[in-house]
Write a protein that binds this ligand. Structure first.
Ligand code: FES
Ligand code: FES
Length: 916
């Protein structure tokens, strides 16, 4: 094999002995160490690996290095070093265009290519230039704004004065590495000499299996260092996010319960593993009859997935209040219908990745995760280690959305590294990420809702059956959260919501932005439109008339005295609703005969944090002898902005400038347990812990100098000056006795939301804080093709207090993009679309203009009044789209996604909701 020569970022490289079919992306990352080029699919679908090849944007994963002779490559590192993209990077930071950051290098490279040929592009040109790069976090709008504004970006904004960070549009404190491509994601951290692991998975939905002679297999493959099966697991071969329901084996024992389930781990030298044929591992499979739907699984005689779970029922949920019969008797109008949704894939651009290494008698795992402390507990149990012998260090997380709450790679690489005493790394391929990790629960939803002739809601009866897949995962959480939320932020005389989660031989359904509430909200909000029409009241007015307010009981009997901003959200939409409705009538009267416009609205509420369970978060903060405030922030930032928001809260609580705060990121050895990044809890729960810790540290600092509570803290290197009632009191921090960690003062605080358990009827206070919102969709349907074109989405959300409005808007736009996917295009079919080519997520051209309206109800329990926002934002999107489609075509789509075929079917159907 002759040497290959080509130019990378202006320097000639010469490669000997590289297989010509090796991907350029692999060569850049593994052979040249240029890990700013990211990999999300290795199939040309995601664009994360974009580089410039002879000046043109290409997906480097589709370029065989054998074709590189004499060519010129530019990567994010080269563009960064040359200074060419300085303004673009600044614009990305100021617009909040990078959330998790895994897509950002690809976006920046593609945008740089555009700016070379067009120094002031318009939106249409940006859409074309970035069409090949997927982002799952941002909803693209801020990326578009960043690129359009790059040529005229303003200088870096001034850091807010001490105590004034909350409420300001400060740039992400962790943003710079994202726009430079230097953030270290799971696949970017590669220790010297690391072995590579790959997983043998079941090719059948249900199969019995047995291994052949693994010793002989290893002898025949000298590059392989070990093959591990369930027999090698020293501890408990079970994991699960709800400890007493843990039921999922790390490596299956004798029978695989879903297609893609791990049965063995093969570990070896990187060269041996690169083209290893996993089908050659000696496994004999016996394909067994499988149950793939809850209906099949509930049948008498259906195979039982877990012996102790009769009828394959994992769990049932219930909330009921009032007399349902009386409620429906009082109703003059009743609507009823069934809705159905499928599996939805998280489609984070970063597949699961990381490495493990044994350090003496301890195990370190560096991996992409949303929940380091829970990982530590589970890995320790699996490997029969003391939890203190396990250290989990989250890498940068390239999107999670709930899909990185469950264990995936951690016990696999942990097992291999522990046994082999060598570092072991793994990166899931896109297909194995999709086939083996959790999904949004498929659901069958039935709702019946009644109202009086005057338009007052009387009653709602709701049932949901969820396909929870082979293992428990977050099924119980979904089944318990949904009954609380299925009625939405409305007031009923009588209410009943029942749920059941049923095991099937599908991959486990788990947590995904909203824990089942986005599905339930579809049934509610679509039927509310039909009920409003039946009563003869404007659809927005109908919601306003029945909206939950302070002083009225929720469906669990909870009464709030403040912090209920739902009516304000609906009122904020009113001018947009009136304008859009008028435009629709105009267009439908005079427009193109084959296209009709529609407008839809939908509301939401969502409880922040765990449902009726303890949910504590602990934050530590200290004053270091060099005059910096050190924030030990264990709440993993998966792109949503926890690092920045919690730092803003902490800085204001201490009373210092934000740039005085130094962040110590999540690490189970150094940061206290801030709980999971899930359930929209970090701003509210960890934010409160940061507030309390910050106030405590401030008190300690003031006490050190005998200053009053009103004193201003000024930090100037290692000198701290307290300005107190006209007097300046300096403190030389270096003179104070310090601890081994360099801190001269330290504070810890824990916050746990005040909730109560629910009784047998689901009554109680399951959440201390709810967020509220409403969205309005304007769209156009082609009556001949069934296609839907979104025109604009207006979103009003009660966020309590917008700690960082730019980040809140980013959450709104990103949630809406995922809601568009749920509503119009996404459905994961086990075994049929394990890739980002066949599984479609919204691209930059699919997300319309988004108008964000931030409603601040100033929650009495939130830090500076703030609530969570992460999950709320996608909950009303799909029903508002469905309602707009119904508005346009006069018929309802009840099976999601509303693909052109289903829209056409609805147009041709004559089966509206039964109305009496
Ligand atoms: S990694 Fe190359 S397109 Fe996805
Ligand atoms: S910021 Fe684009 S995928 Fe996360």
């Amino acid at each position: 094999m002759s040497a290959l020569r080509f130019v990378v970022n202006g320097s000639e490289v010469e490669l000997e002995g590289v297989p010509p079919l090796r991907r350029l992306s692999t060569v850049l990352r593994d052979d040249l160490g240029l890990r700013g080029t990211k990999v999300g699919c290795e199939a040309g679908d995601c664009g994360a690996c974009c580089v410039l090849l002879d000046g043109e944007v290409v997906n480097s994963c589709t370029v065989p290095v054998g074709r590189m002779e004499g060519r010129l490559v530019e990567t994010i590192e080269g563009l960064d070093a040359s200074g060419e993209i300085g303004l673009l990077q600044q614009s990305f930071l100021q617009h909040g265009a990078a959330q998790c950051g895994i897509c950002t290098p690809g976006m920046v490279v593609a945008a740089a290519a555009l700016l070379r040929v067009n120094s002031s592009p318009g939106e249409g040109e940006v859409l074309n230039a970035l069409a090949g790069v997927l982002c799952r976090c941002t909803g693209y709008r801020k990326i578009i704004d960043a690129v359009v504004s790059a040529p005229v970006v303003e200088p870096e904004p001034v850091v807010p004065p001490p105590g004034k960070a909350v409420g300001r549009r400060v740039v992400r404190v962790d943003g710079l590495p994202k726009v430079r491509g230097t953030d270290v994601f799971g696949a970017d951290a590669v220790p010297d000499g690391a072995l590579v692991a790959r997983v043998v998975r079941s090719p059948f939905h249900r199969a019995r299996f047995r291994f052949g002679d693994l010793e002989a297999y290893m002898s025949a493959n000298p590059g392989i260092s070990g093959v591990f099966t369930s027999a090698d697991i020293p501890g408990r071969n079970r994991f699960g996010v709800i400890p007493h329901m843990a039921d999922q084996p790390v490596l299956a024992e004798g029978e695989a319960r879903f297609r893609g389930e791990a049965v063995a781990l093969v570990v070896g030298q990187p060269e041996a593993m690169e083209y290893l044929d996993l089908d050659a591992v000696p496994v004999t499979w016996e394909d067994l009859p499988a149950v793939m739907t809850p209906e099949e699984a509930l049948e008498a005689g259906a195979p039982r997935l877990h012996e102790e779970r009769e009828g394959n029922v994992l769990i049932r949920g219930l909330v009921q209040r009032g007399n349902l019969d009386e409620g429906f008797r009082a109703a003059d109008h009743v609507v009823e219908a069934e809705f159905e949704t499928g599996f939805i894939e998280h489609a984070y651009i970063e597949p699961e990745a990381g490495f493990a290494t044994r350090v003496g008698d301890r195990l370190e795992i560096h991996a992409t995760t949303q929940t380091p402390h829970m990982d530590r507990t589970e890995v320790a149990a699996i490997l029969d280690l003391d939890p203190n012998a396990v250290r989990i260090v989250p890498t940068a997380v390239g999107g999670g959305f709930g899909g990185k709450l469950d264990l995936s790679i951690q016990p696999l690489i942990g097992l291999a590294a522990w046994k082999l005493r060598r570092p072991v790394r793994i990166t899931y391929t896109r297909p194995e990420s999709m086939m083996s990790t959790t999904k949004r629960h498929p659901s069958k939803l039935r709702a019946r809702i009644g109202a009086t002739a005057a338009g007052k809601l009387t009653s709602m009866d709701f049932t949901a059956m969820f396909n929870t897949g082979a293992y428990a995962s977050w099924g119980p959480t979904v089944a318990n959260r949904v009954p609380v939320h299925a009625g939405g932020p409305y007031v009923y005389d009588a209410y009943r919501a029942r749920t059941v989660a049923v095991h099937t031989h599908c991959l486990p359904a788990g947590a995904f932005r909203g824990f089942g509430v986005p599905q339930a909200n579809i049934a509610l909000e679509c039927l509310l439109d039909e009920l409003a029409d039946s009563v003869g009241i404007d659809r927005l007015e109908f919601r306003l008339a029945n909206a939950l307010t302070v002083g009225k009981p929720t469906v669990t009997g909870q009464v709030f005295e403040a912090g209920v901003g739902f009516r304000d959200c609906l009122e904020a939409l009113r001018p947009h609703w009136d304008r859009a409705r008028a435009a629709v009538f105009e267009f439908n009267a005079n427009g193109h005969p084959t296209r009709r416009r529609g407008v839809g609205v939908a509301g939401l509420w969502y409880g922040c944090g765990n449902t009726a369970l303890p949910n504590p978060s602990t934050i530590k903060v200290g004053l270091r002898e060099d005059g910096r405030i050190v924030l030990y922030q264990g709440a993993v930032d998966i792109g949503q902005g926890a690092n920045t928001v919690i730092a803003q809260i902490c800085a204001d609580a201490v009373g210092v400038r934000l740039d005085a705060v130094v962040l110590v990121g999540a690490d189970t050895d150094t940061t206290p347990d801030a709980g999971k990044t899930s359930a929209s809890r970090q701003t509210y729960v960890s934010g409160n812990a940061a507030f309390l810790a910050g106030r405590d540290l401030r008190s300690r600092i003031l006490a050190m100098a005998g200053a009053s509570d009103d004193a201003h803290i000024a930090l100037d290197g290692s000198t701290l000056v307290l300005h107190d009632r006209g007097e300046a009191k300096p403190l030389e921090l270096g003179m104070l006795s310090s601890r081994s960690d360099g801190l001269v003062a330290v504070a810890h605080a824990t916050y746990d939301p005040p909730t109560t358990p629910l009784d047998e009827n689901g009554q109680g206070a399951p959440y201390a804080v709810y967020g509220f919102g409403a969205q309005l969709t304007e769209l156009e349907v082609d009556l001949e093709l069934g296609t839907t074109r979104l025109l604009r989405i207006t979103a009003a959300h009660d966020v309590g207090r917008a700690v960082n409005p730019t980040l809140v808007e980013g959450q709104i736009q990103g949630g809406i993009a995922q809601g568009i996917g749920l509503g119009l295009m996404e459905e994961y079919l086990p075994g049929r679309n394990d890739n980002l080519h066949d599984y479609l997520i919204p691209t930059i051209g699919d997300v319309p203009e988004v108008v964000s309206i931030l409603v601040e109800s100033n929650d009495p329990l939130g830090p500076y009044g703030a609530k969570g926002i992460g999950e709320h934002t996608m909950i009303p999107t799909a029903p508002s789209i469905l309602n707009a489609i119904r508005d346009a075509i006069g018929a309802a789509v009840r099976r999601l996604p509303a693909t052109p075929g289903r829209v056409l079917e609805a147009i041709r159907s004559t089966s509206p909701a039964r109305v009496s």
